[in-house]
Write a protein that binds this ligand. Structure first.
Ligand code: ATP
Length: 590
């Protein structure tokens, strides 16, 4: 199967979440007990009203009235305290769960290989952390509480109503079928409508983002009008999706209100007749009116939670699906016992590799690079140079064959041991938000300030760093946007130098620098490479002259291998490339 279409594993999200929540059962039990107390207190309130009306008001007994009012006040207090307590516990458990989930996702992402990030859309991976977690958050905050409370309320209210008056209860039961049917229909349609709204909003965002990032092209080709028309269509679909939800709401909610009114009418009519016949009291009729709320609200709440649980189940399925993806470059089960750093000898034995295993990018490569050797990789674009570098740094494992460093198959080395031995310096000096010193320390977190300074002095970049506004403490924002490309390279060279690995793999920068910075970068690179095995993906041939060995990669094979001058004499691909480069250089200086 090709890498791009590999699907995420399917996981039952709710079951996985329940397994994660299982150790927190004592807290959830406590929350359930609190919900039982406040729901019972809540259900008892209309009984206090009934008592106040029948025993206090109707009989003119002040003491009974005061007693009933005090009881009512006590019930209110109970509801207040225990509702607060249960809300706090449930939310606390929910937030703990979400915290763990985010940490697990983040740690998992960090363990994943480049292959994973190559085939997965970054936006989707971030969505697992953000919108999916938020969906789960909603259900955790409200779902559990609402389900337990609604079920208890419905059951409690039914028992109380039947005890108070079976005949009046039957009158209330008349409105249940239309309420349940209307709610079920509303949920089905509103679910669809809200899904459409979410999709349409996503379309609006995608179009806006595309327009903003491509604004220069839009303006250069004067496509504003056309673009506006396209946005107009997308916006209209968004509008229609929203309007359809409004239509549904304007049908459903007034209907429920009408049903509520009809139910009160029925209670008054049948209740009133029974009061006249002395079968029930005025207080009972009033209590029935109050209890209506205890029937209507839970039915509506439960239907809403049912939707939320469904969405959360889908979100959890996606989250646990990502978590179930095994890393492509796993840690070895029984790692080789080594003392890093290893000897800088690289050996590839019959290495074949394809991002899609059916379409090899590198074919049967045999290669030995001796410790301390400086090797340059050259070749046409798409030849497989970067891929070769990625296999040496174990960003990917070969489809067939073995890559060794210091005699060890990379798959048998603990990743931490391997990273102490091989460091990759990418094309673009990547800086994290923080100070220059922190960015350099990334190479060796425990290093002292003096070590950092000494490393920069050796590389000849101490002067440049001290000339920055705050020297080593100068803040750089994400990706080092305040520094030039060359300056970022200097910082990333210092980072690699401090890490001090025996093997360096370097993707030479393609961006052209001003002559002074270029000289500084070249000087720093020479110092960095000294005494280490190095594999440099060359984009400029000026550095090739300093290499011990040049490898020409073409069509996934090494087609030329030798010293710079040998290859020039041999008259193959490299010689032609070199002649072209010399002629270009001569033309520039002429
Ligand atoms: N992540 C990836 N997924 C699928 N195919 C890839 C991936 N990266 C590279 N390729 C393909 O592998 C082949 C070799 O690419 P590679 O980047 O190794 O070439 P290169 O010699 O380094 O080229 P360049 O000089 O342009 O960087 C190309 O055909 C490329 O399209």
């Amino acid at each position: 199967m090709s890498e791009e279409v590999r699907a995420m594993p399917r996981v039952n999200g709710l079951a996985a979440a329940l397994r994660m929540l299982a150790p927190r059962w004592p807290m959830l039990l406590l929350a359930t007990a609190a919900i039982v107390v406040f729901t019972a207190a809540s259900l008892a309130r209309p009984l206090a009203i009934q008592h106040a009306l029948d025993e206090g008001v109707a009989k003119g007994d002040r003491a009974e009235l005061v007693q009933a009012c005090l009881a009512f006040g006590a019930l209110l207090l109970l509801v207040y305290v225990f509702q607060g307590l249960s809300t706090w516990i449930v939310n606390r458990v929910g937030q703990d769960f979400l915290y763990d989930l985010r940490m697990r996702l983040f740690e998992h992402y960090q363990r994943m290989s480049l292959a994973f990030f190559g085939r997965e859309n970054a936006g989707r991976l971030v969505a697992r952390m953000t919108s999916d977690v938020t969906t789960v958050n909603d259900v955790l905050n409200n779902g559990f509480l609402v389900v337990v409370q609604s079920l208890l309320t419905l059951a409690g209210a039914t028992v109380i109503l039947l005890t108070l008056s079976v005949r009046l209860s039957l009158a209330v039961a008349l409105i249940l079928p239309p309420l349940i049917v209307a709610t079920a229909i509303f949920r089905v349609y509103s679910n669809r409508a809200y899904n459409r709204v979410r999709e349409r909003i996503a379309d609006v965002m995608v179009h806006m983002q595309e327009t903003f990032s491509g604004l220069r092209v839009v303006q250069a080709f004067a496509r504003e009008q056309k673009n506006r028309e396209r946005f107009g269509e997308i916006n209209e679909r968004n509008f229609e999706a929203n309007v359809s939800t409004v239509k549904l709401s304007s049908l459903y909610f007034p209907f429920v209100e009408w049903l509520r009114g009809a139910a009160i009418g029925l209670i008054l009519y049948f209740g009133g007749r029974q009061v006249a016949g002395d079968a029930v009291t005025v207080g009972t009729v009033a209590a029935f009116v109050f209890y209506l709320e205890f029937i209507f609200q839970p039915i509506q709440n439960l239907s809403q939670v049912f939707d939320m649980v469904q969405s959360a189940n889908a979100a959890l399925g996606k989250i646990f699906g990502v978590l179930a993806v095994e890393p492509d470059v796993p840690e070895p089960e029984r790692p080789a016992r080594v003392q890093p750093p290893l000897e800088g000898r690289i050996a590839l034995e019959g290495v074949t590799f394809g991002y899609d295993p059916d379409r090899p990018v590198l074919r049967e490569i045999d290669l030995v690079i001796e410790p301390g050797q400086h090797v340059m990789l050259v070749g046409p674009t798409g030849a497989g140079k970067s891929t070769l570098a990625k296999l040496i740094t174990r960003m990917y494992d070969p489809t067939a064959g073995t890559v060794r460093i210091g005699g060890y198959d990379l798959r048998t080395l603990r990743l931490a041991d391997l990273r102490r031995t091989v460091t990759m310096v990418p094309q673009e000096g990547f800086l994290f938000t923080g100070t220059i010193r922190e960015n350099i320390l990334f190479g060796k977190p425990g290093a002292s300030d003096a070590e950092v300074r000494a490393a920069c002095e050796r590389l000849g970049i101490d002067g440049f760093i001290r000339s920055l506004p705050n020297g080593y403490e100068t803040l750089v924002s994400f990706r080092g946007s305040r520094l030039s490309a060359g300056e970022k390279q200097l910082v990333s060279i210092a980072r690699a130098f401090l890490a001090d690995p025996p093997v360096l793999v370097l993707d030479e920068a393609t961006s052209s620098l001003d002559p002074h910075t270029e000289e500084q970068v070249e000087q720093a690179l020479r110092t960095l490479l000294e005494g280490r095995t190095s594999v440099v993906i060359a984009h400029r041939l000026s550095t090739a002259e300093h290499a011990d060995r040049v490898l020409v990669v073409d069509g996934g094979r090494i087609v030329e291998d030798g010293r710079h001058d040998e290859l020039v004499r041999r008259g193959g691909y490299f010689a032609a490339l070199y002649r072209q480069w010399v002629a270009g250089r001569a033309a520039k200086t002429a």
